[in-house]
Design a protein around this ligand. Sequence first.
Ligand code: HEC
Length: 157
Amino acid sequence: MDYRRHQEPAVLLRVVARIGTRAAPVPKSLCLTRRFLTLLSAAAVFGPGPAFAAGDSVKGAAIFERECALCHTIGRGERNRFGPNLFGITERKAATAPGYEYSPEFVTEATWTWSPDAVASFVVAPGLTIPGNKMSVFQGVPDSELDDLIAYLAAQK
Ligand code: HEC
């Protein structure tokens, strides 16, 4: 099965499950619109996230090379590529890489400070979390690679 083609519903289910466990109210008047998805992702961002302690950062480094390095550097002070440098990404404020020109969509929506959980929610489906952002061309990381990847990202600070 091509996992990626089935990713978006899986992400939605996961986000909804998170909302359920955190008992965040979701107004009935909103359906699956951009606004609703933004609310969902905001809830995922601000809720207490699961630990990614189980992840293997050595495996995560290889996943980063394969999935992210085309567009991102992650070492301190390294230059931006098509995407911004990701040093310290799991705890820095969104859209603040020095010298990087973010899309208006990203700047408007990504008003949070990243956490490991928030980055995980974003990278499984960037185009769903923030429609129109410049990373939307990237289809997302399979769930099976997420823990290792996040463990690696969280260690780069
Ligand atoms: C095709 C290029 C591309 C790939 C591949 C890619 N990204 Fe991105 N990423 C971007 C771009 C471009 C942005 C900026 C989005 C905008 O401004 O709309 C971005 C933004 C981000 C941000 C937000 C950064 C900030 O400063 O707030 C994170 C986190 C991120 N990417 C993580 C990843 C991870 C982790 C991977 C690998 C799993 C990855 N990206 C793969 C292009 C890419």
